[in-house]
Design a protein around this ligand. Structure first.
Ligand SMILES: Cc1cc2nc3c(=O)[nH]c(=O)nc-3n(C[C@H](O)[C@H](O)[C@H](O)COP(=O)(O)OP(=O)(O)OC[C@H]3O[C@@H](n4cnc5c(N)ncnc54)[C@H](O)[C@@H]3O)c2cc1C
Length: 346
């Protein structure tokens, strides 16, 4: 089949690789020029899952790992502190990983695609992998995004663990994600745009040298609130349709899981474009990411100061049960007690 993939982020790169290697004709359009293209992200995700996707795409994931986390330190309001044991959370060279996925594929860099002008009729399907931008699909009323930015820094000698500061009311958090050789990402997502922790970090580490400042908002509204997923022959995949875990603003693995759902439905078409079952894709995405809606409700209630751990026990338990089922996919320990303590502390 003939595909246009719009956006060479995590979803676009993985789909590009998989569709190309399955004999489809693909063209990739990326808004940034090649020299400025950078995956805006703190590059943290579960090693187990990235090994799985790398293997499918013919890459050896170990080559890309920067830092293997042992524990994550969390500073919480009122001088509280919590630690999470990490079971596979790593940082990795996301830029190189995505570049290697597409190494045999021609990418049209510097192409900012728009619905009004894109020649969608030239393709069997156009895949909107533009992430937060959702450039080719209609806007939705319930979109909810959190502003975020980060610095890539170097010359950091004495923190070698994942470190976050949770903001009161779960209105965002600060992060330090270590890479290798004294490099790391310092950043924050914050509904109130105060980004507490960033200035403080640079005061505490005066030798930290900024290499790059990057940012864009992160979509927190889950797939249930991001319909439609398709419009004629345009199909949304990844963050463009809300596959971000709302509690953490974590979207690498969810976007790849969304690609996996899409690829499975494509496989069923037996190369007949008319047979692609958009409704099945829609249904499977809604099912896979169904509990993200509960997680989203928890976050919104907390942000509005309305979350009550007794009254909303069912929501909290749904989040716990579903996360526990997929503990490896997250790469950190999932404990109900810690979860409840955290929700209360924030
Ligand atoms: C500061 C920050 C830190 C984050 N850290 C993490 C983290 O550590 N771990 C994690 O799991 N998630 C993290 N996330 C979220 C995660 O990066 C995203 O959810 C994930 O990358 C989404 O993948 P995607 O392929 O759907 O979209 P993206 O990776 O965002 O890719 C979209 C691509 O489309 C291109 N594009 C956009 N509009 C157009 C257009 N009109 N025409 C052509 N191309 C276009 C963009 O340039 C981009 O290359 C972070 C997000 C931010 C903002």
């Amino acid at each position: 089949m003939k595909f246009a993939i719009i956006g060479a982020g995590v979803a676009g790169s993985y789909l590009g690789n998989m569709l190309y290697n399955n004999g489809h004709e693909i063209t990739i359009f990326e808004a940034f020029k090649k020299e400025n293209h950078w995956p805006v992200c703190a590059w943290g995700a579960s090693k187990h899952m990235l090994e799985h996707f790398s293997q499918k795409a013919g890459l050896e994931f170990n080559q890309y790992i920067h830092h293997v986390g042992k524990r994550l330190r969390m500073e919480l309001p009122n001088n509280k502190e919590e630690f999470l044991q990490l079971h596979g959370l790593v940082t990795y060279d996301k830029k190189q990983w995505e570049a290697d996925l597409l190494k045999d594929i021609n990418i049209k860099f510097g192409s900012v695609c728009k619905l009004e002008t894109f020649p969608a009729g030239k393709y069997d399907y156009v895949l909107d992998c533009t992430g937060f931008h959702r450039a080719l699909l209609p806007r939705t009323k319930s979109d909810f995004i959190i502003p975020a930015y980060e610095y890539l820094v170097e010359n950091i000698q004495d923190i070698s663990e994942f470190y976050v500061i949770g903001y009161k009311g779960a209105r965002g958090y600060f992060w330090y994600f270590p890479l290798s050789n004294g490099r790391g990402f310092v950043g924050a997502g914050d509904i109130d745009k105060k980004y507490y922790g960033i200035k403080e970090f640079f005061k505490r580490y005066p030798n930290a040298k900024i290499i790059k400042k990057i940012g864009r908002p992160i979509r927190l509204s889950p797939p249930k609130l991001m319909e439609p997923f398709y419009n004629n022959n345009i199909i949304g995949i990844g963050e463009s349709i809300g596959t971000v875990f709302p509690m953490l603003g974590e979207g690498i693995i969810p976007s790849l899981l969304c690609c996996e759902i899409f690829l499975k439905v494509i496989e069923e078409t037996k190369d007949n474009a008319d047979k692609f079952d958009k409704e099945l894709y829609r249904k499977n995405v809604l099912e896979k990411f169904g509990y993200y809606y509960d997680v989203y409700k928890i976050i919104r209630l907390k942000m509005d100061g309305k979350l009550n751990t007794v009254k909303h026990f069912n929501l909290l338990f749904s989040m716990y049960r579903n996360m526990k089922k997929e503990e490896k996919r997250f790469g950190f320990e999932i404990s109900f007690d810690k979860m409840r303590r955290l929700v209360n502390a924030l």
